[in-house]
Design a protein around this ligand. Structure first.
Ligand code: NIG
Ligand code: FE
Length: 408
């Protein structure tokens, strides 16, 4: 049975907006007084509301002026953790560096200790709470990394928590194995640790359906380029999709990502002209994480330069207990936009279909025939109000797979 939803003052379809490079605001494929005809979880047609009336078996009327966008996609989060890193944050506010705290055995290691000690039930509750808050803010697809387990038992525990939460959260959760986050204290040799992961953990993930994506933190303080590359090549040979924590403090990671044709290279705060040019020519999505820049008080990723170099730029929260505690995609994307001089088209693309590409998902992120009916409606009468309000106006209605999951 088909259903027509609308009318909307403007439907920002992004139907044919380019996958790569800079975009002007004339490239959003906006339909005025539009509607969306859906069947079950898919979009049948998007067009002028009145033109779609005759083909609809039912109508879901939307009262008052609204702007419709595709559901937002957060392609980089670490939503499963135990404990809190408020102490780290307070130290960083008074000038201590993130890397120094890590070197001294705190930071990520602190979250590892608390996550290992946490029960699967408490990790489940934390994940469901955060993912539900994200859905309420309009994020209908959320990537979730492991990476605070750091041994086979605890990485499996966390990845099972993600798998089991899928049924309890209305947003889609896309798991990624980030067991190669840092080298745990039990291992003295980083290469030995990566070989252990490759042999003992990765093969189990595919068999058990726990993750088909592998990530690594490439940094001298985590895993240096040479050994990271061997591990990621092995993961690729096993059949995993790749993504890389790249160029956060030092360059190197983005080159591995491009060479191994990773889906995405994320962070890039330290990327210089050479790395930007490389990413611009590649099919690897460049993911800016303004939440991490805000959380660490450091420079933003050079998003403008990346787009001008031809890159496909996604924007994501990096929601995690350490560098990115805020977890508000729209606020962060708006802030990145004003600092980096991005167009509305570039920002909206970065949190919808370009983020979908980073996850290898071709069925969402645009409002057009055949796509999932993941949609969000803002109670404003002009799309410019959304970013102008810097993310503080949230969608009042959210549809996931064609079903209303929020309405206020
Ligand atoms: O993406 N940089 C490495 N990993 C995370 C932070 C994790 C943490 O601090 O707990 C990030 O910023
Ligand atoms: Fe991250």
């Amino acid at each position: 049975m088909s259903k027509l939803i609308g009318p909307f003052k403007e439907v920002i379809t992004l139907a044919n907006t380019a996958q790569k490079g800079a975009l002007g605001d004339d490239k959003m494929d906006i339909i005025q007084n539009g509607g969306v005809l859906i069947e079950d979880e898919k979009i049948l047609k998007v067009g002028a509301f009145e033109d779609l009336r005759s083909g609809a078996s039912a109508i879901e009327e939307v009262a008052g002026d609204h702007i419709l966008l595709p559901g937002l996609i957060d392609c980089h989060t670490h939503l499963v953790w135990g404990g809190s890193r408020a102490r780290d944050y307070t130290l960083r506010m008074s000038g201590e560096s993130y890397e120094k705290i890590l070197e001294q055995g705190g930071g990520i290691f602190d979250s590892v200790e608390k996550t290992r000690a946490a029960s699967p039930e408490s990790l489940h509750d934390g994940l469901v709470k955060r993912a539900s808050r994200h859905l309420n803010d309009g994020v209908t697809t959320i990537e979730v990394k492991s990476g605070y387990g750091l041994d086979v038992e605890n990485e499996l525990k966390v990845l099972n928590v993600i798998k089991n939460a899928i049924a309890d959260v209305e947003a889609d959760l896309i798991p990624t194995c980030l067991a190669a986050h840092v080298c745990p204290k039990e291992f003295k040799d980083k290469k030995e640790f990566l070989t252990y992961l490759e042999k003992e953990l990765l093969p189990q993930l595919l068999v058990k359906g726990l993750a088909n994506r592998v990530d690594i933190f490439v940094e001298p303080s985590a895993f240096p380029v040479e050994i990271a590359k061997d591990y990621m090549s092995a993961a690729k040979s096993l059949g995993f999709d790749l993504t890389v924590h790249a160029d956060q403090f030092h360059t190197g990671g983005s080159q591995i990502a491009v060479e191994l044709e990773a889906r995405s290279a994320d962070h890039l705060e330290a990327s210089a002209d050479k790395e930007i040019e490389l990413l611009g020519k590649s099919n690897t999505v460049a993911v800016a994480l303004p939440g991490a820049s805000i959380g660490l008080g450091m420079q933003f990723t050079r998003a403008r330069k990346l787009l001008d170099a031809g890159a496909s730029l996604a924007i994501s929260t990096d929601w995690n207990p350490g560098s990115g505690p805020m977890g508000d995609l729209l606020v962060q994307a708006s802030i990145l936009g004003i600092y980096e001089k991005l167009s509305s088209a570039e920002i909206f693309s970065g949190i919808t279909f370009r983020a979908a590409k980073a996850l290898g998902l071709g069925d969402r992120g645009r409002l057009k025939e055949g796509m999932k009916a993941d949609m969000i409606a803002f109670p404003v009468n002009d799309y410019r109000e959304i970013l102008y309000n810097q993310g503080k106006i949230k969608p009042d209605t959210v549809w996931k797979n064609g079903k209303q999951v929020k309405h206020v």
